[in-house]
Write a protein that binds this ligand. Sequence first.
Ligand code: F6P
Length: 327
Amino acid sequence: MAKKVTRIGVLTSGGDAPGMNAAIRAVVRTGIFHGMEVYGIMRGYQGMIEDDIMKMESRSVANIIQRGGTILKTARCKDFYEKAGRQKAYSNLKKRGINGLVVIGGDGSFRGAVKFGQEFDIACIGIAGTIDKDIYGSDFTIGFDTAVNTAIQAIDKIRDTMDAHDRIFIIEVMGRDAGYIALHSGIATGAENILIPERKTNIKDIIESLLEKERRKKLVNLIVVAEGDEFGGANEIQKILHENLPKAEIRVAILGHIQRGGSPTGLDRLIASRMGYHAVECLLEGRHNVFVGILNNKMHYIPLEKAVKNKGNIGGEWMKIVKILAS
Ligand code: F6P
């Protein structure tokens, strides 16, 4: 029988995502409500190895639900890939009597948690926090909605100037090797073309439609591209288009890290609060090595292992919608 979890650590790891603070707040306050001691671990796994750990009180998380970034800071920690690093991290938890860990992060962070949970007697629970939404088994990840809305605001502004000048704009959004931010922000801004890694793009078709527009003297076109698309991003696509439409005015905008910051949307605050609450409930119920996801508006506990191995996919219907709505 697994030991009762009485002291928990919470950390944020990998790329930050708006809403992580709301999740930290939920973990701390739910833990304290249940009589647990809660410890904040700074800079993800790095702080766990370097013993940068502090006890948190209910007041430690006051006035953070609306803030982007993460009060615990974050890092991508190479030392945690090594057994020696994980051993050190374990000793630092053990000396405080911490036997439960909540990891808020993406699939890379979950990979670390899986190993750690298998090697040591620490119950690990994941909370899906990444703007990329690339975690199988959850309709949402913390930060995705905010990132999409940030991209939408930026693209709407670019559309004004694009339209005024009758230009082609290629806008690159984040997502690593996933196309969800591009797909959602592209549809929501009426993009004519959306290029994502999950679907093959027929670039000839795009060129053909642009040539046709050029002939009609209506060469204005919005292309949203995911950074991980098959062509290598917006600059590469600009080159291809320029070769075929040498007279066209083609501009590129790479939105970059602006998509990671800012105050979380209502949706992100809500899912972060629910996930944080349920992560602690999981520990109380004796679960471990699962992450908290939301499917059809219901909480699900999915083996961390699965989140690591599986990728969601984007069916052909999505691209049909893009094509029809932009025609
Ligand atoms: O995973 C989140 C993310 O913002 C990706 O969309 C992007 O590819 C990457 O992180 C950027 O990482 P960094 O902040 O280390 O440049």
